[in-house]
Write a protein that binds this ligand. Structure first.
Ligand code: CMP
Length: 132
């Protein structure tokens, strides 16, 4: 079993899609072991996305992720990290495969509905960031 971090982003929470996403996760064989709704303070958001601090979209990303409540979840499954990345789809919904969350509900490359850790090392770091 492997653990990873998933976030339902403000665009999806705002459109009342959190319940649907959690149902889809269960159908796809993921187990939610911890879950909390919170609103990220700007400073916490800056810290969470620190690896992107030199990217042109960094400030917009921080504004967006702290713009409303998010749902943070610890997810468990065999191959959870890669399977969850596949489940949510490519960063840009225009490139996301059929049947993925982002293809179905994401609005654009920034408001892309979900986050998932991109490596086992980042999963450990991101789980610690939210769940200690
Ligand atoms: P996420 O998987 O949370 O990781 C970093 C986030 O930055 C990404 O999802 C998008 O929300 C955002 N992002 C990545 N590339 C771009 C881009 N070119 N323009 C705007 N936002 C982006």
């Amino acid at each position: 079993m492997e653990r990873t971090l998933a976030i339902i982003k403000p665009d999806a929470v705002r459109r009342n899609l959190a319940g649907y996403i959690i149902w889809r996760l269960g159908q796809a064989g993921f187990t939610v072991t911890e879950m909390r709704m919170e609103r990220l303070a700007r400073e916490r958001a800056r810290e969470f996305y620190l690896v992107h601090r030199n990217k042109p979209f960094y400030d917009g990303l921080v504004d967006f992720i702290s713009s409303g409540p998010i749902v943070v979840m610890a997810i468990e499954k065999r191959n959870a990290v890669s399977d969850l990345r596949e489940f949510i789809g490519a960063t840009d919904p225009a490139d996301a495969a059929c049947g993925t969350i982002r293809q179905e509900i994401a609005l654009n490359i920034q408001e892309n509905s979900m986050h998932a850790s991109d490596s086992p090392e980042n999963a450990v770091r991101e789980l610690a960031f939210f769940f200690g």
